[in-house]
Design a protein around this ligand. Structure first.
Ligand code: GDP
Length: 460
């Protein structure tokens, strides 16, 4: 995400590097470059204007002319203004004082609402909540089934009306009981909240219908649902790929339903980022979540400061660490550390566990992109073949239990068998074993306080 905008901006700053003073024409040129970069990234014009005039004003002021390193200072200003445009402080869900907290999702069809409902449900469950998804999208024949599938995948209960039954009864993940009258989305939403109350779900996520384009009926329906259920949060889900159209759509929803926060979806695609920079700026509503893929785990809390940092290729190490913490199962990291300190051998079983955790964190590429300076290596990163991981995993899985814990005993015939079992060349198995041996050695050395070879040892 934001790759080309990021490339352009970092390119602009390169021209400033090494300059002891910035002349007026340096500033003008920089502001012009930033302006072009933003326009090319599909940022809406009013936002571009607001942004560049803020940067220009500050860049010609005392904070830059008196700075020791003017280029750094300009980057700092651009960073701060980006954070501002993206909404300033991180905003997360505000919970109702008395449960259930009601969260309503609105947006165009295909924007990613249903997928997001599942992701948010899973995330909240992980945080100890007991969410219920409510299928109030009765427009699209498949929407209810889709939400049920999403709910199942996310491990979250779904409340849905029975299909084709306008006066029907509820069918809650197979636990349906009683008969209530609803066939309309408002009725379903209300019934969903009742259900949450009686089954003690503390959060209700209501998925509403979308249309391919903004239309009056859609707005009326969403607005009726809103009036009926009085949600604590109304999240407007928008596809980051729709570029310039984002602002218009967001404004229509703001007028028609109004929302408390924005969810940017499909940020994993090659969206040019304009939507992100424009929507918060024009509606004054914060972006609260980013949706970054089709899997349940592909959801991030949107932190304006971290996002700005990513755009400027300053990395986002905090998000990386949080993802790692989430990916390792409870106690797994401690167990790894205990083994490490006890100088027990690092085995292929440990290795498999680590690979699984890394996989849970998402793609290696997306993780590497969060490292500072990595944005400029995007071509190399794109060339990286994630399947390499699968090959390694296949080799380890072809090892016997004994082999995994005694890698040194893997002789020639065992190597040939492993290669056959995993469909690779023997040379690849050799390479894996050699690297693994080296890794084991390095770990031992580090555990003994020797530090990383070639680096000064750590005191204590
Ligand atoms: P809805 O009509 O608003 O409920 O949209 P859906 O949740 O059905 O999503 C529409 C399509 O976009 C589906 O094919 C999803 O798999 C896909 N999708 C949703 N969110 C994301 C995302 O963050 N990244 C990507 N790449 N695809 C997504």
């Amino acid at each position: 995400m934001f790759t080309s905008l990021s490339d352009r901006l970092t390119g602009t700053f390169k021209n400033l590097r090494g300059k002891g003073r910035l002349s007026e024409s340096d500033v003008n040129k920089t502001v012009r470059d930033i302006r072009m970069a933003l326009i090319d990234a599909d940022v809406s014009l009013p936002v571009v204007k607001q942004f560049t005039s803020a940067v220009r004003e500050r860049a010609t002021g005392a904070e830059v002319s008196q700075a020791l390193n003017p280029a750094q200072q300009v980057i700092k200003i651009v960073n701060e203004e980006l954070v501002e445009i993206l909404g300033g402080n991180t905003r997360t869900i505000t919970y109702a004082k008395r449960p259930p907290t009601v969260i309503m999702l609105a947006g165009l069809q295909g924007s990613g609402k249903t997928t997001f409902a599942g992701k948010l449900g899973a995330r909240l469950k992980e945080e100890g909540h007991t969410p219920l998804l409510v299928a109030a999208d009765l427009q699209r024949p498949n929407a209810v089934t889709q939400l049920e599938v999403v709910g199942q995948r996310a491990g979250v209960s779904v409340f849905a009306p029975e299909r084709g039954n306008t006066g029907g009864h509820d069918a809650v993940s197979g636990t349906g009981e009683g008969t209530r009258s609803f066939g309309d989305p408002v009725g379903v939403s209300r019934a969903g909240i009742q259900e949450a109350l009686s089954r003690q779900h503390d959060v209700v996520i209501v998925d509403t219908a979308g249309r391919l384009a903004v239309d009056a009926d859609l707005m009326q329906q969403a607005s009726d649902i809103r009036a009926a259920i009085e949600p604590d949060e109304v999240l407007f889900v928008i596809d980051a790929m729709i570029g310039q159209a984002a602002v218009e759509t967001a404004q229509a929803f703001q007028e028609g339903v109004d929302f408390t926060g924005v969810v940017l979806s499909k940020l994993d695609g090659d969206a040019r980022g304009g939507a992100a920079l424009s929507v918060a700026g024009t509606t004054g509503r914060p972006i609260m979540f980013a949706s970054t893929g089709e899997q349940v785990k592909d959801i991030e809390v949107f932190h304006p400061d971290r996002m700005a940092s990513r755009i400027l290729d300053m990395g986002d190490v905090l998000t990386l660490i949080e993802q790692a913490e989430r990916a390792f199962e409870r106690g797994q990291a401690e167990e790894m550390q205990r083994k490490f300190l006890a100088e027990e051998d690092f085995t292929f079983d440990d290795f498999l566990q680590q690979m699984a955790a890394i996989k849970r964190m998402g793609s290696l590429k997306s993780m590497l992109k969060m490292m500072p300076g990595m944005g400029q290596m995007s071509a190399e990163l794109d060339a990286f073949d994630e399947r390499q991981f699968d090959r390694i995993e296949a080799m380890v899985q072809s090892m016997t239990r004994f082999e995994r814990t005694h890698p040194k005993q893997i002789n020639g015939s065992r190597r040939a068998r492993i290669a056959r079992g995993s469909g690779v060349e023997v040379s690849e198995v050799n390479q894996l074993l050699e690297r693994f041996g080296q890794a084991q050695k390095v770990m031992k050395q580090m555990a003994r306080g020797g530090g990383v070879p070639g680096m000064p040892g750590m005191p204590g």
